[in-house]
Design a protein around this ligand. Structure first.
Ligand code: GLA
Length: 728
């Protein structure tokens, strides 16, 4: 719902309203973002909260009130001393702007975001255009809402209305100001193998800035920030989430100003960013998905999960059954041939899997990580007869075949690099930084993207491939393109991301039946931008059954379980050395798109029968896991227990997975309250053979079973009747 009248705007989605107005000086001010209000409330808001942000009556030209005014598009140089959203440098070097309302329009659907992932459609958009009093720069702020979604999408477009080129040195996607409210701030920080750990701290005065400078959204900081009211917890209280639909270097900042105001802004990282906009050109910023929840962090996560499923992930795949697969990486690393792979394929088929995925090492001269990237043709020394015998073996056993690529990279020891040494990112003559002994291809260049498209397409066309794992194992460092002129070098990081998106778009369009999984050295590019092309992403290289539970918990704060690829791997775990029961590894891996990452032929008979059982069980709950609502019940960060429930949308079923870290002497009984069920319905807990109302399961809870270290359990909960005794 969008209401617009006399310079007043009210937008509404599921459970929230967002209100703005044009003040006497033409500035677009924010009035409200929170619980639902009605159009008639706008008068009340303007005469109340709006009044304290108006120019002084005695001298309306004094603009001191901009300092503290909740602005929808803060600019540089006019007393608003918090951070600006846009800075545009003109040919005379001037940067000062004064953006005032010019016009608006409302239309059905989502604005075009050429060349970038975006919300897919439906909804309604308000586009407000502001003009700069001091330059030909024009900014259009886009706001899209859907009645059924608890998330709105914002972005902006910046146009050079005429004259000399301008240089954008900051072009953020959005601003969201709050007046005099105190917040804590949450971020998802991490590193390789420990991605997306939630961390909450009080928002202190000054700027709290989260960013990636690595050319990808990164293991270290996810493009997500939340503002949390002090009384907000998992199930109650208010919070706001801000998530970028973007996969490159980004910045998100929360600034607590000296007047008690809080400003959240973000978008493409402005460090080393400088975008030249010629006359009549437009720059479109990535979308930001913004969420308000009054049902605590859990409400925010469910709103984001619904939004990503409805608007970001390709509808062809979003509810499709995910392939239960085995991947050979941790089973063989680079050391394989058909004689090692065939037995794994045979075992995978016997145990009930759907797909075999051949990971790194099948192409070029690739016997370790030092060579071969870029040469996307089969290494016939390793795989005699090419991929065909292996694919045939899969087919004979009823399995589909998947293949690993790392399209953005090149090894110096490769035919591709020898033919095109200038195709890398970096300046010739300067020693490049090598990570994993590889270099990054310059995807800002159309011909490089086209070449890789051709090479990957040839493999996909000539072989029966159902699944692709798209990896990306290093960051960008020397931001320099030999194809860009000096005054456009500051565009490289964003142009690189546009190149990645173009290749992903071309490949997914050309091969619509191939299922693509994203990966970046584990979860180094886990963001809504990549989820637009790849319905699931390898969550982390860390598959330790205990650490993984934490990683998946953190990831679930703003991504659906269906986005997470989760595998059972061997013990001692290759990343941590820890031994965790096989059943726990299976239970944790069942909370997403499940699979196996180990040498199936080395499993004991007991373990093999567990695998077969896990797959049978998974196929009974996969729809629930992929489409249900997540309720986080016990945090592994705050207690020795991890526990989450996935509840079906109609609240007739729930699947609960719990895990205990280390046991303690005289361990007390731990009660787990089950949230998300219908209070008035009766449910049976299969494993306990207990019947209780949803209300009792929530208020009294269930006792966590006593397990050993890193032991785990599941509860399958099914509705049996409502309180009146009516059987389902
Ligand atoms: C990355 C991925 C792994 C595996 C290796 C192969 O680290 O995250 O799953 O594919 O690359 O080199």
């Amino acid at each position: 719902m969008i209401y617009a009248k006399n310079g007043r705007f009210l937008l509404g989605g599921n459970g929230f309203s967002y209100a703005m107005f044009v003040d006497g000086q033409g500035f677009l001010q924010k009035l409200h973002f929170g619980g639902k209000i009605q159009p008639f409330d706008l008068d009340f808001l303007i005469s109340g909260i709006g009044k304290i942000q108006e120019p002084p009556q005695d001298n309306p030209n004094r603009e001191g009130y901009l300092d503290g005014m909740p602005s929808e598009c803060p600019f540089w140089g006019r007393i608003d001393t918090c951070e600006p959203m846009i800075t545009a440098v003109r040919s005379d070097g001037g940067v000062v702007s004064r953006f005032v309302y010019s016009s608006h329009r409302i239309y059905d659907g989502v604005p075009a975001v050429q060349g970038m992932p975006r919300a897919r459609g439906g909804g309604q958009t308000l586009a407000v255009t502001l003009k700069d009093n001091f330059s030909p720069v024009e900014v259009t702020l886009n706001y899209t809402v859907w009645d059924e979604l608890g998330v709105m999408v914002k972005n902006c477009e910046i146009a050079n209305g005429g004259g000399d080129p301008i240089f954008l040195t900051r072009a953020f996607s959005f601003c969201c100001d709050f007046t005099d409210e105190r917040f804590d701030v949450m971020r998802l920080w991490g590193d390789w193998g420990k991605e997306r750990s939630p961390e909450i701290s009080a928002l202190a005065h000054g700027v709290t800035r989260l960013q990636s400078t690595r050319g990808v959204s990164s293991h270290q900081t996810n493009p997500f920030i939340a503002l949390i009211k002090p009384n907000c917890s998992e199930n109650i209280g208010e919070c706001y989430g801000f998530q970028l639909v973007y996969s490159g270097s980004f910045a998100l900042s929360a600034e607590l100003g000296n007047k008690g105001q809080t400003r959240v802004i973000g978008g493409i990282n402005d460090l080393n960013f400088r975008w030249k906009l010629d006359e009549n050109e437009r720059f479109v910023t990535p979308q930001a998905a913004i969420c308000y929840s009054d049902e605590g962090l859990g409400g925010m996560s469910r709103a984001y999960a619904d939004f990503i499923r409805a608007q970001i992930v390709n509808s062809k795949w979003v509810d499709a059954r995910r392939p239960v697969l085995v991947n050979n990486w941790e089973a063989t690393y680079f050391d394989f041939g058909n004689e090692r792979l065939f037995p794994i394929v045979d075992e995978a088929a016997r145990l009930g899997m759907d797909t075999f995925v051949l990971d790194d090492g099948w192409f070029g001269k690739r016997d370790d990580a030092t060579s071969g990237l870029g040469d996307w043709f089969v290494n016939t020394n390793k795989l005699q007869g090419g991929l065909k015998p292996l694919i045939d073996r899969c087919k004979q056993r009823g399995l589909k075949f998947g293949l690993w690529f790392e399209p953005e990279m090149v090894s110096e020891d490769s035919d591709l690099f020898r033919a095109h040494p200038d195709w890398i990112i970096g300046k010739s003559g300067f020693e490049p930084v090598r990570q994993r002994t590889q270099l990054v291809l310059d995807f800002s260049r159309g011909e490089v993207v086209d070449y890789i498209f051709g090479a990957v397409s040839d493999v996909l066309k000539n072989n029966d491939i159902a699944y692709v794992k798209w990896d990306m194992n290093r960051y960008l460092s020397e931001f320099y393109s030999s194809a860009l002129p000096a005054d456009r070098q500051g565009e490289l990081a964003h142009r690189y991301v546009l190149g990645v998106y173009r290749l992903a778009e071309m490949l997914t369009d050309a091969f619509p039946d191939v299922f693509f999984e994203g990966c970046a050295s584990g979860g180094g590019r886990f963001d809504a931008g990549m989820l637009y092309y790849f319905p699931q992403i390898w969550t982390s290289d860390d598959t330790d059954g205990f650490e993984r539970a934490k990683i998946q918990w953190g990831t679930s704060l703003c991504y659906p379980l269906s986005a997470m690829s989760c595998h059972v791997s061997a013990c001692p775990n290759h990343q941590t050395g820890r031994v965790v029961p096989f059943s726990t590894r299976g239970n944790i891996a069942s909370l997403g798109a499940t699979g196996y990452e180990l040498d199936l032929t080395k499993l004991s008979d007991e373990e093999k029968s567990q695998v077969a059982e896990q797959i049978t069980e998974y196929k009974q709950i996969d729809g629930l896991v992929l489409q249900g609502d997540l309720y986080r019940l016990s945090s592994p960060f705050d207690s020795p227990f991890f526990c989450v429930a996935v509840v079906s949308k109609d609240k007739s079923r729930a699947y609960v997975v719990g895990e205990r870290a280390l046991t303690l002497p005289r361990d007390v009984n731990r009660i787990i309250r089950i949230y998300g069920l219908d209070d008035s319905k009766l449910y049976c807990v299969r494993e306990l053979n207990l019947t209780a109302s949803g209300a009792a399961l929530k208020t009294a809870g269930l006792v966590a079973p006593k397990t050993g270290d890193f032991g785990s359990w599941t509860w399958h909960i099914e509705q049996v009747a409502d309180r009146a005794g009516n059987k389902k």
